[in-house]
Design a protein around this ligand. Sequence first.
Ligand SMILES: Nc1nc2c(ncn2[C@@H]2O[C@H](COP(=O)(O)OP(=O)(O)OP(=O)(O)O)[C@@H](O)[C@H]2O)c(=O)[nH]1
Ligand SMILES: [Mg+2]
Length: 468
Amino acid sequence: MRPKEDTIVAIATPHGEGGLAVLRVSGPLAFTVANLCFRPIKKQATATEHFRGYSVHYGHFVDPDTHTSLDDGLLTVFRTPHSYTGEDTLEISCHGGRANTLRLLEAVLRAGARMAEPGEFTQRAFLNGKLDLAQAEAVADIIRAQTEASCRMAQSQLAGALSQEVNRLKEELIGILAAIEVTIDFSDEVGELEYAPLLIRIQKVQARLHELHTTSGKGRILREGLRLAIVGRPNVGKSSLLNALLRSDRAIVTPIPGTTRDMLEETTHIGGVPVVLMDTAGIRATEDMIEQRGVERTKRAAETADMVLIVFDMTTFEPDNFASLLNEIPPVKTLQTLVIGNKIDIANRAQSEALRSSLPENVPSPVFVSAQTGEGLEALEAVILERAFGTPTLAFDSVVVSHARHKEALELAMESLKEAERTTLLALPGDFIAIDVRGALDALGLITGETVTEAIVERIFHDFCVGK
Ligand SMILES: Nc1nc2c(ncn2[C@@H]2O[C@H](COP(=O)(O)OP(=O)(O)OP(=O)(O)O)[C@@H](O)[C@H]2O)c(=O)[nH]1
Ligand SMILES: [Mg+2]
């Protein structure tokens, strides 16, 4: 993949009204653009094309053909290779607003730049070696992050936490390859391949890959949100619970069973973690066709959720309620259930005990709340985080794998190393083992980008926004 040779421009700030807007220009013609479109206020010794890197200049942005002033503002100059993209780069800070920024954009286009594709600035940064692929992907994650925890995870990936870990593993694999190859090429001098130490080295990498792979569940949740489905019989307070967790009156609540008939999805956050809450139609046998469809959707929501909150009304709870409801929820692989006893503000203690004792041993203790008064909700939130991550508060001291693409690459590397482990155990010739070690190395290169194809790179950056 070769670096690009033309000059691109895009509006880097959100479109619409704003105090300021920034246009970004990058490529070999950046200083030609500056020359044609910028007139510094201060009479300076240096011409525009000789502006130093990391310098800021106040002046007028002008039409390249008529030389009339379009706006005034600041021009920030970056010289190759010391810029985000690695190329000569300008940042034009002008007044915000749609018409103004479009007028300047159009002027820069006439001065010789072309419109940037989505993610093209970051793509150039990658092609010029300023960022590896995992870091480049983190840039998009930071922009999209809705919560503090998601943002911190993306920041750590941009800083290179994942890349460094992957690079360490790659170095170890290269070391293993070298140890094998030397016995192939120079067996007279160094002797035969020793399988026992080789096996230990391979297994160490396997163990670390496995550890990294287990963080991918947490990473996906931080990037995309923890999907929580609220299910239960009609009228137990599911919509009330959704509203309480959202702290807003989003869903309709009435004393009539069967109020919610369609699924409702809302995003919020708990303890800095993005959460997607799904309120569902109460599960019951019904003649009503609309409600039947709703119940089907409830079951589907339970299937796609990371966690299913099963709500019971503590004022009407009967000992066989849990077992009979569970029969109607599809058994799901990833399904984690959390049993909730609601309406404790008007229920009595005996009913809570009845729920507790009717749960099978493998189901964790229920959480008791009142969606109406808010009692127990904080504890519920803590339990949700604890069940999802194993801890009630999130720690960021470790590397987290957050992209499905990275997870798949780890799986490929793990498969290859499994094969290398097998051939080592069988004491096959070094060449056989080397093939699989190299396979693992290539798989890890997919994460940082050395072994990806141009098509994959194009696709990754295409999901970015324009101007990034
Ligand atoms: N006292 C008390 N009443 C509650 C509580 N939670 C819900 N309710 C009441 O229970 C009734 C049903 O609440 P909803 O939230 O609509 O119940 P739902 O499970 O969504 O019901 P469907 O949509 O019909 O399946 C309403 O009258 C609520 O005001 C609670 O914690 N305490
Ligand atoms: Mg409801």
